[in-house]
Ligand binder design. Structure first.
Ligand SMILES: O=C(O)CCC(=O)C(=O)O
Ligand SMILES: [Fe+2]
Length: 202
């Protein structure tokens, strides 16, 4: 008997102008998503990074961690991250992401949104280390949050609920034409962790 016969493991394209977006509600993993979430909380060396906005330095409204192959150095929001080695759990998730997408990744930025107050400002992942049309695969665990994409020059917004165990792939010209972010919520939320797998090419 195939226990997974009814589980869809094929990425579905989300129609979007000026880029490519794909979604899989449940990435197949050896452990259930609740267990993975707890292990990620416990096994990650979470950091509170600071950010300078309009000359004022404050803590980012989330925790983060950066892991990858030794040469995958990366600058994000003005901070250069030296990657920590991949953990065994991260490698399992990376392998599942690579199987689902057919792509290879060499680094991951983990984001820990502790509650409804944590957020990610609107940005494009267009750093030159990522190459021209980067593919970025994000896997979510924990409470669902709304991933919002806003077109840079047209009044267009796309919202996607990223639930426990889901996979979202951004690709093509998306980073050139859209910004994305996660807003604070007005009502109570539990923790959410996202792992955004990237390929540093420089
Ligand atoms: O948490 C998310 O889903 C978004 C993360 C993100 O945009 C990033 O890490 O660049
Ligand atoms: Fe991003």
């Amino acid at each position: 008997m195939d226990l997974f016969a009814d589980q869809n493991t094929t990425l579905e394209a989300i129609p979007i102008d000026d880029g490519e977006l794909y979604f899989l509600p449940r990435l197949p993993l050896a452990q259930d998503a609740v267990t993975v979430m707890q292990r990620l909380i416990d096994e990650t060396a979470w950091r509170a990074e600071s950010i300078t906005l309009y000359g004022k330095t404050m803590l980012q409204p989330r925790l983060s961690a950066w892991h990858g192959d030794p040469d995958a150095r990366y600058t994000y929001s003005g901070t250069t991250f030296e990657p920590q080695p991949f953990t065994p759990l991260q490698l399992d998730i990376k392998q599942a992401v690579e199987a689902a997408t057919g792509l290879a990744f060499n680094s991951v930025l983990l984001n820990y949104y502790r509650n409804e107050q944590d957020s990610m400002g609107f940005h494009s992942d267009d750093e030159r280390e990522l190459g021209r049309n980067p593919a970025i695969a994000s896997v979510s665990f924990g409470d669902p949050r709304t991933f919002i994409l806003k077109h840079k020059t047209m009044p267009k917004t796309v919202k996607i609920a990223l639930g426990n165990g889901s996979l979202l792939l951004m690709a093509g010209a998306l980073q050139h034409h859209w910004r994305h972010g996660i807003n604070k919520e007005k009502t109570q939320r539990g923790a959410r962790i996202s792992l955004t797998f990237r390929k540093i090419v420089i």
